[in-house]
Design a protein around this ligand. Structure first.
Ligand SMILES: Nc1ncnc2c1ncn2[C@@H]1O[C@H](COP(=O)(O)OP(=O)(O)O)[C@@H](O)[C@H]1O
Ligand SMILES: [Mg+2]
Length: 278
């Protein structure tokens, strides 16, 4: 805080040093950090431009609210445990024409969360399933929801461990508490019978209450094999698909984009590359 009083445009001081000190103390007590940092500059600007009182107050409070919002978004983004942070605006829809851009942009409005609908993203590796999951998760955070991202393997390992330790209920609560749960990579690793049962328990708990985004490189018809049990897979899919939007991505891996460009490998459009169809 400066030692001299802040002069107004006409030369008169707008605040004395002791007044600034007291204001700083009030702002600290009220936890208005941004206003505390900006107070002197804002007072000087207001005096220089002879800002009306209401405009000045609006500016101070507006900056504080914006700072709190962005702090809150950063905190919830960290809590969501995304593998990377890529907003939807970084997704190149022109590279993946099988995705209905309008449908994805509609999902970005988060109405599906209000309705408790699930979003299932299917497609071969590298087509942007995780990217879309993360991007939609970020939109949900911006809209004020709590989000948690996990992979199927991590989720099942953590439920299995909790079950062995007699803490399954607490762990299930952890995964049912966030408004939106994103479960990535169903189908990359086979799931043991107990894991499939625990996964089913979680899906049942969230059913029609908490929306989920799930991604898989396997078609629904292959989920019997993924879960090692056709009956459990059917029960899981029955609940997931009751209220759901499915995005079926058919295309080339974005990871291989540069290689494709250079002609080092062939596109899945040739029908020569396995995994291009779901
Ligand atoms: N259409 C796209 N536009 C921009 N980046 C993309 C696109 N598709 C994939 N990527 C990027 O390519 C990489 C692989 O995508 P990812 O979402 O992990 O694929 P998947 O989960 O389907 O295997 C990531 O770094 C992702 O950000
Ligand atoms: Mg992925």
């Amino acid at each position: 805080m400066s030692a001299t009083a802040i002069p107004a445009a006409g030369g008169a001081a707008t605040a004395t040093p002791s007044q600034l000190e007291r204001l700083g103390e009030h702002l600290r007590k009220l936890r208005l950090r941004k206003s505390g940092e900006r107070l002197e500059a804002l007072l000087q600007q207001a005096a220089a431009s002879e800002l009306p009182y209401a405009d000045f107050l609006e500016q101070v409070l507006g900056e504080e609210v914006a700072a709190k919002r962005s702090q809150n978004i950063s905190m919830r983004t960290a809590m969501a445990r995304f593998p990377f942070v890529k907003p939807l605006e970084t997704f190149d829809f022109s590279y993946q024409p099988s995705i209905d851009k309008k449908q994805v942009l509609a999902l970005a409005n988060c109405h599906y969360i209000e309705h408790g609908d699930n979003v299932l993203v299917l497609g071969p590796p590298g087509v942007g399933k995780t990217h879309l999951g993360v991007s939609l998760g970020l939109k949900a955070i911006e809209a004020g929801y709590r989000v948690l991202f996990t992979t199927a393997a991590h989720l099942i390992a953590s439920l299995t461990k909790a079950h062995a330790e007699g803490k399954l209920d607490d762990k299930l609560k952890l995964y049912t508490a966030p408004r939106l749960l994103i479960i990535d990579e169903i189908g990359y690793l086979p799931i043991e019978r107990q894991g499939a049962n625990l996964f089913f328990q979680l899906i049942s708990r969230r059913y029609e209450r908490g929306p989920m985004i799930l991604t898989s490189n396997q078609s629904f018809s292959a989920w019997g094999e993924v879960f090692g049990d056709r009956v459990i897979a059917t029960a899981i899919l029955d609940r997931l698909l009751h209220h759901a939007v499915t995005l079926n991505i058919r295309g080339n891996s974005y990871r291989l984009k540069e290689k494709l460009k250079a002609g080092l490998i062939r596109s899945s459009d040739d029908n020569s590359q396995p995994g291009g169809e779901i």
